[in-house]
Design a protein around this ligand. Structure first.
Ligand code: HEC
Length: 133
């Protein structure tokens, strides 16, 4: 299946079951979040979320992924320019991903928050929009 078709069906899914997906993301959404993560984030944080020592952090037990949603949303939108970012000890800088849609950011944020031993829960497009500057 094409990625665009996947995103489309995940969005339809999200629109029709917003209240359900806020708790438990549907299988299609998790798949799309995974491919978006692999396209945009894995180059640095690695496919398995393990990061690279001294360059970029692992996402296992990520503070932002387990805290209120705003933390991880800001990190994706603004990268190292996000408030409170700029963790010491990493030589790389994280770019911002403001060019992604609210839905795409929500799917990636959800993927990160329910994988890599994180337990932060789902993020929706409605959570993302108010955090844009
Ligand atoms: C060019 C490399 C690079 C890319 C691409 C990148 N990151 Fe990062 N990321 C970093 C670095 C470096 C840090 C730590 C530096 C900082 O805090 O400013 C970081 C920090 C983070 C954190 C905070 C970790 C914590 O302690 O809670 C999260 C979450 C995160 N990234 C998620 C993502 C997601 C999701 C994507 C894809 C949309 C992504 N990153 C893309 C390099 C990258």
């Amino acid at each position: 299946m094409k990625v665009s078709k996947l995103i489309g069906s995940a969005l339809v899914c999200a629109a029709f079951s917003a209240s359900i997906s806020a708790q438990e993301p549907q299988t299609g959404q998790v798949q799309t979040g995974k491919s978006l993560y692999e396209d945009n984030c894995a180059v640095c944080h690695q496919f398995d979320g393990g990061g690279v020592p001294f360059m970029q952090p692992e996402l296992f037990g990520s503070k932002r992924a387990n805290s209120p949603k705003g933390g991880v949303i800001d990190m994706i939108l603004f990268g190292s320019a996000a408030e409170g970012a700029g963790q010491s000890g990493f030589t790389n800088e994280m770019p911002g991903f403001e060019f992604l849609t609210n839905e795409e950011i929500a799917l990636i944020a959800t993927y990160v928050r329910i994988n890599f031993e994180n337990n932060g829960g789902a993020v929706t497009a409605d959570d993302v929009q108010p955090r844009r500057k």
